[in-house]
Write a protein that binds this ligand. Structure first.
Ligand code: NAD
Length: 525
């Protein structure tokens, strides 16, 4: 653990190397385009000790218009820049992120409380999506079709869509924005970001990094920023309702995402939703417990259970139930909780006092319902918002288990047949991530079949969290249906156009329809 002096030095060095000050402006529309309005002062707190890292002066209504107008002007220029050249700008941001990986990773740790390994991992994820985006810039493929009409050529092409609004959650304060922003940028769009009020410094640091590259390359306003304070939703709502926002990408809770989805749909805008999960691991009687045990622990305890893909439910075959539970209780007992900058610590705090209280309320509800707490179940008595990683027994049908409690709380349930386990796994409203641990080929294929997992992500012999860039990430049902970060997810950031070109001397109609003017058709003369 750092001494108080070493901690103060780390904070000061991290802020300085990322160009952050004691008070930072909360709106930016590109290089040198920082707001000087004195908005609501938002304190950024370190959840591991509840101390203030720095403040942000929240964006105001005038800033909103400035940001939107600049983003729109920039879009009109940027969309005509050849896509590989757009990729070159993003590649330079990747170079800058590589240089700042350690400092930005530390800031992610300071502002979210996730351990430094995971803070750095988030920045690595930004770099990985940049590598993907740079290549994607040369692969914005459209299909060609064979026309039924002679001397006609038919094909589809993809055009930039416009200004993309991105609203993000606290738990991935830089990676989730980058999944959206870098793919949106190489596809010819500009991006306005409204980050979580719990992690505003991460957003401002990223904006500084992007500004320097935009300035050097002479492209203003590709990326811009609007920060508003806790409980404030005026600017977020303006983005959601603004017809100038062609695509609204939202990552956060289902409760908020549902309202945003409805409002964007009512103005016929496009929306991309990445919402809550309630993810499960199934362990059958053939599973390799040496694989399953660490995967379950990382899935349920990593990021203190504050990932959308966190393992929340565990279905264990009755034959191996006792052995696996014994191993898990032992592994949970070895989790070092504490200062997330300490390399020996595996679990940091929850994000704030409310999150801690929700966790404690969930454990109390579990006990009232008759669930057994097998280990953990309490808060940790130290400054900051620490709780114990908790493993308990529960019933899949309980309302508590059907909800996402955003903390390290894992519900264990026994099963006798895989079909029953899959049915229980699917029997929730969310549909993000799922895993089966098995050495039985038939079981693996059943889990991945039409009769298997109904989630957007289904894994064999790896856990529910820790997805890598390249695959389309997202979930079904109340997780929102969005896909980001790989495969054909780039298409969401573009508009598709079908083109038919007649290079002949006649005008044949599709479906063989005859429609000749009187001069050409003797019957109509
Ligand atoms: P949240 O829904 O409280 O907040 C998300 C964002 O929405 C924040 O920027 C917040 O300021 C903003 N917001 C809040 N109320 C709003 C309103 N009425 N109108 C417009 N914007 C509003 O979520 P959170 O607590 O920051 O994040 C945790 C949630 O996010 C969890 O449910 C988690 O599963 C989910 N999440 C999902 C994914 C995914 O990819 N599926 C990734 C990360 C987090």
């Amino acid at each position: 653990m750092l001494t108080p002096e070493a901690y103060r030095d780390t904070v000061a060095e991290t802020l300085a190397s990322l160009r952050l000050s004691g008070v930072n402006p909360g709106a930016c529309w590109g290089p040198d385009g920082w707001s000087n309005t004195q908005g609501q002062l938002i304190a950024s707190l370190d959840p591991s000790n509840a101390s203030s890292l720095a403040s942000v002066s929240g964006a105001a209504g005038d800033d909103y218009e400035t940001v939107l107008q600049q983003a729109h002007r920039s879009f009109e220029l940027w969309r005509m820049v050849p896509a590989p050249e757009r990729g070159a700008l993003i590649r330079r941001i990747g170079d800058a992120l590589r240089q700042h990986k350690d400092a930005l990773g530390t800031l992610v740790t300071l502002e979210t409380g996730k351990i430094k390994q995971e803070g750095d991992g988030e920045v690595q994820e930004m770099i990985d999506i940049i590598d993907l985006a740079v290549g994607q810039a040369r692969m914005l493929y459209g299909k060609t079709m064979h026309s039924e009409r002679p001397n006609h050529r038919m094909y589809e092409q993809w055009h930039p869509i416009g200004v993309v609004g991105v609203i993000t959650a606290f738990n991935f304060p830089v990676a989730v924005w980058s999944w959206n922003a870098f793919i949106a940028a190489v596809t010819g769009n500009t991006v306005v970001w409204k980050p979580s009020p719990k992690t505003p410094l991460c957003a401002i640091a990223v904006q500084h990094i992007c500004n320097r590259v935009m300035e050097k390359q002479g492209y203003p306003g590709i990326f811009s920023l609007l920060v508003e304070g806790p409980g404030q939703t005026e600017l977020a709502n303006r983005l959601v309702n603004d017809p100038r926002i062609a695509l609204m990408s939202f990552t956060g809770s289902t409760a908020v995402g549902r309202r945003i989805g409805e409002r964007v749909a009512s103005r016929m805008g496009k929306v991309l939703l990445e919402l809550s999960g309630n993810n499960a691991v199934i362990v059958d009687d053939t599973a390799d417990l040496d694989l399953a045990t660490p995967a379950i622990v990382f899935g349920s305890v990593g990021t203190a259970g504050q990932r959308c893909t966190t393992t929340r439910r565990l279905f264990v075959h009755t034959e191996i139930y006792d052995e696996l539970i014994t191993r898990l209780v032992d592994a949970y007992g070895q989790i070092r909780i504490g200062d997330p900058l300490d390399p020996d610590v595996l679990m940091g705090p929850l994000i704030d006092a409310d999150a801690k209280q929700r966790f404690l309320d969930a454990v109390a509800e579990l006990r009232r319902l008759g669930g057994d707490v097998l280990c953990g179940g309490a808060g940790v008595d130290r400054p900051g918002y620490f709780v114990q990683p908790t493993l308990c027994t529960a019933d899949n049908g309980w309302d508590l288990v059907q909800r996402e409690t955003f903390g390290p709380l894992l519900y264990a349930v026994r099963f006798d047949s895989l079909e029953t386990a899959i049915a229980m796994q699917n029997n929730v409203k969310q549909g993000l991530s799922s895993s089966l641990f098995t050495n039985d080929l038939r079981n693996a294929e059943l889990f991945l079949s039409h009769n298997g997992s109904d989630c957007g992500i289904a894994n064999i012999n790896i856990g529910t969290s820790g997805a890598e860039i390249g695959g389309a990430f997202g979930g079904e049902k109340e997780t929102g249906g969005g896909r980001e970060a790989g495969s054909d997810a780039w298409q969401a950031y573009m508009r598709r156009q079908t083109n038919t070109v007649n290079w002949g001397r006649d005008l044949p109609l599709a479906q063989g329809i005859e429609f000749q003017l009187p001069a050409a058709n003797p019957r109509l003369r």
